[in-house]
Structures are given as structure tokens and as C-alpha cells.
Write a protein of this length. Structure first.
Length: 258
């Protein structure tokens, strides 16, 4: 038996996008379940036992992760890296300067670039900013202590993974819409099932189809990515405070020994 008791991130950022992707496929089944309930039960049980939820969770991440580089290219880089650039005006210059000071404290072996350094060699400057982002991600893995960071990470993972399946989502929901429209036109079937249920399923699928077409795009993902980057950079202040506290403690211990 496969393990299906997923952690919170897996449920929200990987499993849920796949359920949304496949939701249109369930709509005709809901309409037809009264006539084919035995077949549906016989099919769903084995699929769950064979690990369908586990497969969905794994698949839900892969496509979004593979297409992440495409998002970074459209956005001009990772949001956390972009926000640290001197030439970017997304965040206040004084706040950015504080982040650079903190980055220098947390990465003492690396010199943070000045504005002129960044202009002379943008790629080298970005490598420092990306390294700082890596440090922040590594040190904020405590999901309870850095809950806001984790919440935004889940939001970003959900949107990225869902957007990664956009083309498939359009194809699936569009195909199901054709099927549901056919069922509406077929008089014999309408009499055998609830017309209201069929109309409701069609309306739901139209909404899903519209979402894929008009809502799920790179900018929709970027909103969550920017939120995650903001919370990550804000957490650097706490990390710097802890770092300075540990350094003062170590200095005091050394003086006591001498």
C-alpha cells in the first residue's frame, strides 16, 4: 500500500493542482454515476489502492518544476534575486541596503556588490544574490518558526505547478465541455438523468475552462513568487539577529576563558 498521508506542502502545492487539472474528467462521471455506479466503484477503489494519490502528487510537481526556468526568463530572474539588484526599484532603497548589510553578515566570505560592481558585471552580482537566497531558504526550513515564509512557498508551489499543466488543462476541460454539451443535446440521456445536475456540471466546466484560458498565466504565478521572495527577505532580519546573538555569546565565552 502506498503512503497517502502527505505533508502539508505536498497536499497544497502538488496534489491539489492535479485534482484541479483532472476535475473536468470527473464531471461527466458525476452525471453518469447513477447509471454506472457499479463500474465507477470498481474502478476508483483499485486506483486508490494502487497509489493514484501518490502518483498525482509526484506528477504535480514535475511539470511545474521543469517549466520554472521559463518563468524566471520571463521575469528577468528569480524574484528574490531581482529584488536585491541595485537597479531594481521593487523595494525601498533603504530596505534593500539593509538586506545587503545582512547578506554580508550572513555570508562574510563573499563581498556584496556595489551599484557600480553590478553595472560592470551583472552576472557576477546575480550569483551573489542567488547565493544569499540559497542561504535564506536553507535557514528558514523550520515551518513553524517561519510560518509566513512557508505559507507563501506553498502558494507559489501551487500556482507554479498548476500553470505548468495549463496546456493540458485547456485540452481536458475543453474536451469535457464538448462531451457535456453533447449530453445536453441528447434527449434520451437528459430524461434518464437529472437535467439540473448536467447543467450544473457544464457551468462548472465552463468556469474551469475560463480559468485556464484567462487566469492561469505567468503573471498570476509571479504574484505568489513575489510574495514568497518578500517574506524570505524579511526573514533575513531575524536570521541576522540570531547570528549576532550567537556571535556575541561566542565572544563573551572566549573572554571568560581568557
Amino acid at each position: 500500500m502506498f503512503k497517502t498521508n502527505f505533508d502539508e506542502y505536498t497536499r497544497r502545492a502538488r496534489y491539489l493542482p492535479m485534482l484541479i487539472l483532472l476535475m473536468p474528467c470527473a464531471l461527466p462521471a458525476v452525471v453518469l454515476v447513477a447509471r454506472f455506479s457499479t463500474w465507477v466503484s470498481a474502478l476508483v477503489g483499485p486506483l486508490i489502492a494502487l497509489g493514484l494519490p501518490y502518483w498525482l502528487a509526484q506528477t504535480g510537481r514535475d511539470r511545474g518544476k521543469r517549466k520554472e526556468a521559463e518563468l524566471y526568463s520571463l521575469w528577468g530572474g528569480k524574484p528574490s534575486t531581482v529584488k536585491l539588484r541595485h537597479r531594481d526599484t521593487t523595494i525601498n532603497a533603504h530596505t534593500k541596503a539593509r538586506y545587503h548589510v545582512i547578506g554580508q553578515e550572513l555570508m562574510p566570505l563573499v563581498r556584496f556588490p556595489t551599484a557600480s560592481d553590478e553595472t560592470a558585471d551583472p552576472a557576477a552580482a546575480d550569483s551573489v544574490y542567488e547565493a544569499f537566497g540559497d542561504v535564506l531558504r536553507e535557514r528558514t526550513r523550520d515551518t513553524k518558526k517561519y510560518r509566513l515564509v512557508f505559507e507563501e512557498l506553498m502558494n507559489y508551489g501551487f500556482r507554479r505547478n498548476l500553470w505548468g499543466w495549463r496546456a493540458v488543462g485547456i485540452a481536458l476541460s475543453g474536451s469535457v465541455l464538448v462531451v457535456l454539451a453533447g449530453l445536453l443535446i441528447w434527449p434520451g440521456h437528459t430524461r434518464a438523468t437529472s437535467a439540473a445536475l448536467l447543467v450544473g456540471a457544464t457551468v462548472v466546466d465552463i468556469g474551469i475552462f475560463a480559468f485556464w484560458l484567462f487566469w492561469s498565466d505567468p503573471m498570476w504565478v509571479k504574484i505568489a513568487a513575489d510574495g514568497y521572495a518578500d517574506r524570505l527577505l524579511e526573514a533575513s532580519c531575524d536570521l541576522a539577529a540570531e547570528w549576532n546573538k550567537q556571535r556575541r555569546k561566542a565572544t563573551s565565552s572566549t573572554r571568560a576563558i581568557t
